[in-house]
Design a protein around this ligand. Structure first.
Ligand code: ADP
Ligand code: MG
Length: 504
């Protein structure tokens, strides 16, 4: 399936302005909100944008005596995500308490999985351009609770808290430090998001905070990373800093660039990078220290006594595996192989699951290349221009398929098809009916075409003489006939007729 990809060696980012050569090493911890109607340990709704504190069960508010009850569907979603990342599924995992106090975490601890995560090692194939990819290893995925939201900007004297998000299920997806540059880091998040949207396990909405990343960055001299790879010994790598809570691909890249320069400048100055947590300030384009390792919290993790170890059956995992949808890499490979699409077009069409489904509905039973052309060039082009998406598209897959059918049958030319697209876009309706009712059908009736050709020839005797000397001028007649018929005459038939008349 991956035969068409060539896996490149890491392309370490060269940092301009540095005195020596440095390589970047990056590992990501991605927090993905599980798509589920209810929270991880309560039946409260996860709906985004609800009235503050309206989706809060007693257990979310940490009322005394309340006990958590695991939501099986959230576990299933984590397993599905693990399978999508070709990862090991651990049949026994366990929940731990990570203790810290925060107003939007009323329990005083977060339930997480430190020692025994539900998903073990896997991998993500990161696309770096048509036919070029990199492998990034996944270390683990664990399930944990999200916290609520503190609001400090509504009142000058008071802070507010909204517990709607408290207890919503998150998957923390931890990568190995296999990412070697800012573009690769963004491409990794793009691919994770893509896979989870195909799986339906996370909607990937970064604006709503449903997907956010902690980005660990270090720099090292050339050769050091190879030593780490051989030995898996982290001491070959430089000291890392962790940039917290990034929720935009653009900021992830900018923050890594800035952080790498900052660390290199320190090292070239004879200094030492201090392991710490940093925040990215998007306005200034800088990272700044949040807390150092010395002031790091001691979370006093211990197994949560309210929850039994989580045991799942292999048969249950197998049943989830049997219901897995086709994943982006597979779908893309199929589009290339079975429909003859270019690697690039297949990539565009499979980038988002909703787009891919739309295209498949258009291509169903039709010429794949023609369908791809109409979806990418006409539809996506227009959607982009008008700031719309496939979800808000005024044209349905059935309508676009109808256009493709009319072209394939020879009922309309490519030019008329664009007019038809315009009508469907603004007025809607049934493509075949519109063509019928508005007389847009292509003229393939040879008698009618002959009449039109004769008329143009009769009206232009001088041009006819010239064209008899120089056959290339026949094109002018074809153009005139098409113009006279309002673009409805079948161009191939007109061509043939003009050649016949001028030649004869
Ligand atoms: P913690 O949970 O304390 O943040 P982890 O060992 O779980 O620490 O690592 C978190 C992330 O940091 C992982 O994604 C890992 O790949 C990455 N990482 C570890 N060492 C380095 C390093 N030297 N440079 C860059 N990233 C690193
Ligand atoms: Mg961390």
């Amino acid at each position: 399936m991956l035969d068409h990809l060539s896996f490149t060696e890491p392309q370490p980012k060269v940092i301009a302005g540095a005195k020596g050569d440095w390589e970047l090493v990056i590992g990501l911890e991605v927090h993905a909100q599980v798509s589920s109607n209810a929270k991880l340990f309560s039946g409260a709704s996860t709906a985004f944008g609800s009235e503050p504190n309206s989706n809060v069960a007693f257990v979310d508010a940490a009322m005394p005596g309340m006990l958590p009850v695991i939501n099986e569907y959230c576990v299933e979603q984590a397993v599905r995500t693990g399978l999508g990342l070709k990862a090991a599924i651990n049949l026994v995992s366990a929940f731990d308490r990570k203790n810290y106090f925060y107003p939007d975490l009323p329990q005083g601890y977060q339930i997480s999985q430190l020692y025994h995560p539900i998903v073990g090692e896997g991998e993500v194939i990161v696309d770096m351009g048509p036919g070029v990819a990199r492998r990034v290893r996944i270390e683990r995925i664990h399930i944990e609770q999200d916290a609520g939201k503190s609001i400090h900007d509504m009142d000058p004297n008071m802070s507010f808290v909204d517990l709607n998000r408290t207890g919503v299920a998150l998957m923390e997806i931890v990568s190995r430090p296999d990412i070697r540059g800012p573009e690769e880091a963004a491409a990794y998040v793009v691919k994770l998001r893509q896979i989870m949207r195909y799986l339906g396990t996370c909607d990937g909405n970064m604006q709503n905070g449903n997907l956010r990343a902690d980005v660990n960055v270090s720099v090292c001299p050339p050769g050091a990373y190879e030593k780490y790879q051989e030995t898996q010994d982290f001491s070959h790598l430089g000291t890392r800093c962790e940039i917290k809570n990034m929720n935009s691909m653009r900021f992830i890249q900018a923050a890594i660039e800035y952080e790498a320069r900052r660390q290199i400048a320190i090292l070239e100055d004879g200094g030492e990078v201090i392991q710490e947590t940093r925040l990215y300030d998007a306005d200034k384009g800088e990272t700044r220290s949040m807390r150092s390792k010395e002031e790091a919290h001691d979370y006093r993790y211990f197994p949560d006594p309210d929850l039994l170890p989580l045991e799942i059956e292999q048969e249950w995992v197998d049943a989830i595996a049997a219901r897995m949808p086709e994943l982006p890499d597979e779908k893309k490979a199929r589009f290339v192989k079975d429909m003859g699409l270019s690697e690039y077009d297949a990539g565009v069409l499979t980038a988002d699951v909703d787009n891919a489904n739309f295209f498949e509905a258009v291509a169903q039973g039709r010429d794949g290349k023609m369908a791809a052309n109409w979806v990418i060039n006409e539809l996506f082009g227009r959607l982009n221009k008008e700031g719309l998406t496939i979800q808000t598209s005024p044209i349905t897959a059935a309508q676009l398929g109808g256009i493709v059918d009319l072209i394939a049958k020879g009922d309309i030319s490519g030019k008329i098809a664009k007019d038809l697209f315009e009508i469907l876009w603004t007025e809607g309706g049934d493509p075949a009916k519109i063509v019928e009712e508005r007389g847009m059908k292509q003229v393939t009736d040879l008698g009618a075409i002959e009449k039109a050709v004769d008329e143009i020839i009769a009206a232009n005797p001088a041009q006819v003489e010239k064209a008899k000397q120089n056959p290339k001028l026949a094109g002018w007649f074809v153009g005139q006939v098409l113009k006279a018929t309002g673009g409805k005459a079948n161009p191939a038939a007109v061509n043939e007729m003009v050649a016949k008349k001028l030649g004869g």
